[in-house]
Design a protein around this ligand. Sequence first.
Ligand code: OAD
Length: 245
Amino acid sequence: SKVADLVASLRESDTAVVLTGAGVSTASGIPAFRGEDGLWSEFDPKAFHRRRLDADPAGFWADRLELRERLTGGSIEPNAAHEAIATLEAEGHVDAVVTQNVDGLHREAGTENLIELHGTNEQVACDDCGRRTAAEPVFGRAAEGERPPRCECGGVLRPDVVLFGESLPGEAIERANWLAHRADWFLVAGSSLTVAPAAGLPGRAARSGATVGIVNLESTEKDDAAAVVVRADVTTILPAIERRV
Ligand code: OAD
């Protein structure tokens, strides 16, 4: 079977890397971005654009509060896919996890070598001095009317995520590129692979000789780069890999 193929190549690999997207967190109650029930059909991506933060920081924060409420309305916890990925690392099978998600669930599940390509919603950063602090208290201040919340230096605070219109942190991209190049086993889980540069990582891994696998409910833009495509739920396939390896 396809899972057996992935398990066999994982057993033989020296450097195994997992790339995740919104699909690993849907089972935790966080909607994906694209598709019918996607966040971008509910929220206007322009509201979270770099230009909006500059032009209307108070409005940006009001919308961001609404988004956070939507995302953490229930209690959000890691699911079987996050847990299996963390166990694979703890048992020495997986070397690193690269995620496009900003929900912090991989870290909560125990993944240690984690590259958060798009930043994290668990922190805020000062747009002027760059100082980072925990997000929760700052969202609390914003909810009480401090919009935009400000840093001690006077600068506007913003979620420590990559906004539309911003470039990704160079160091994170370099590490991710290097890992993709070095990997001999590279698994994509729950991503449509539509957003660069993450979408380029499986091709990069394949070109340098990795066995590339994709586990996703729908077809992705990069299925051609993969030796194994499993069209199934990450919360069943990742635990199956973890149990059998
Ligand atoms: P997408 O929403 O584009 O794709 C998520 C994919 O996961 C879809 O193809 C779903 O079919 C699949 N999926 C959903 N639930 C699944 C499950 N339980 N098992 C398997 N597959 C499942 O999300 P990303 O590819 O992560 O960027 O999107 C990439 C980036 O686009 C995001 O990081 C975000 C967005 O704009 C920024 O915010 C910078």
